[in-house]
Every structure is written in C-alpha cells, then in structure tokens.
Design a protein around this ligand. Structure first.
Ligand code: PNS
Length: 164
C-alpha cells in the first residue's frame, strides 16, 4: 500500500523550515501532498496561486511530491486523496497547544486519519512565515531562512532592492 501524507498549511510563504519537514517526511512516506488552505476569509500576503508557484519553484521536480490547495475540512480532503496521515512540523513548546487541539479535532472528525509530527530542525526553530514577513517588510536580511525565489518575491512585494 502506498503511504501518502498530506502536509497542510498556509505557506504564506514557504520557508526553509517547511522544506526541511517535507524532505524528512519523504523518508517516512511514499508520497507527500503539500496542500494550501484556500480560505478567502484569511488575509494573506500571497495569493493561493502565488503560494503554489513558490512551493513548486522551491521544491523543484520531485516525483513523490505534489502541490495542491483545498478548502473545507482537512480530513475530508485527506480522505478524498486517499491519504492516511497528516504531516505537521512542531517547533517550540509554543506550537504544542495549537497543534494538539488541531490533531484532536481532526481525529474526532475522522479516526482513519493519523497526525504525524516531525520536530523542526534546530536551525529552523525560530523560523515562521509571519516573523519572516515582518523582517522582510522592514528590509531585514532573511536570506538564510527562505528559498531564493521566496526572498526575491518578498523583496518585490515590499519594494526593497535585492542585496548584492
Ligand atoms: O499553517 P497553518 O496556518 O498553521 O495551517 C493550519 C491549517 C490550514 C492546517 C488548518 O487551519 C486547517 O486545516 N484548516 C482547515 C479547516 C479544518 O479542517 N479545520 C479543522 C481542524 S482545526
């Protein structure tokens, strides 16, 4: 049986921390569907189309990875895609409560879908899309935290010139 995991998130934008989880997830699962929640009510910096493009550009051509978007319940999407696992990264203790709540809710909604957590690599423990956006907005150096294509797009969005 093919072991497929769904890796859901906002990915606004994708960071090196996300890529680390995806690459390590490939050691456990045969296929990973990286999927973006398409929620028009949530204000994001990048559109769903931009976020999909940034993910695809950052991941390159890996046969076992698919990039997609969804709306509605995550467990319904996972079932539709015949995935039995939800993959999530866990950073510091501050993530725990939110992740625990979400995993328990998803389990209550569908007992066939298991949530699997990977601890974020030490290098990315303080990396989050929100903090990166804030730093980028004021011209901060975010080069080591995001793929080059994301760095370029953030600089374009905030009107800062690329540093040499
Ligand atoms: O990257 P994020 O914003 O922490 O990801 C959260 C996400 C998108 C995985 C979560 O909000 C989600 O799946 N929402 C879809 C609606 C749903 O299924 N809710 C029930 C579980 S909380």
């Amino acid at each position: 049986m093919k072991r497929t995991a769904v890796y859901p998130g906002s990915f606004d934008p994708v960071t090196n921390g996300h890529l680390d989880i995806i690459h390590r997830g490939l050691k456990i699962f045969d296929q990973i569907i990286v999927t973006i929640l398409d929620n028009p009510a949530k204000k994001t910096l990048f559109t769903v189309e931009e976020r999909i493009w940034l993910l695809k550009e950052s991941l390159g051509d890996i046969e076992r990875i698919e990039v997609d978007s969804y709306n509605g319940l995550l467990v319904d999407y996972a079932q539709k895609r015949q995935a039995h696992a939800l993959l999530r990264g866990m950073r510091a203790v501050s993530d725990f409560e939110y992740e625990f709540q979400m995993a328990l809710m998803n389990r209550r909604l569908n007992r066939e879908v298991q949530t699997v957590f990977l601890m974020t690599g030490l290098r990315w423990i303080f990396t989050s899309s929100s903090i990166i956006k804030e730093a980028a907005q004021f011209g901060g150096d975010i080069e080591s935290m995001v793929p080059p294509v994301v760095q370029k797009k953030l600089q374009e969005k905030f009107g800062h010139p690329a540093k040499p």
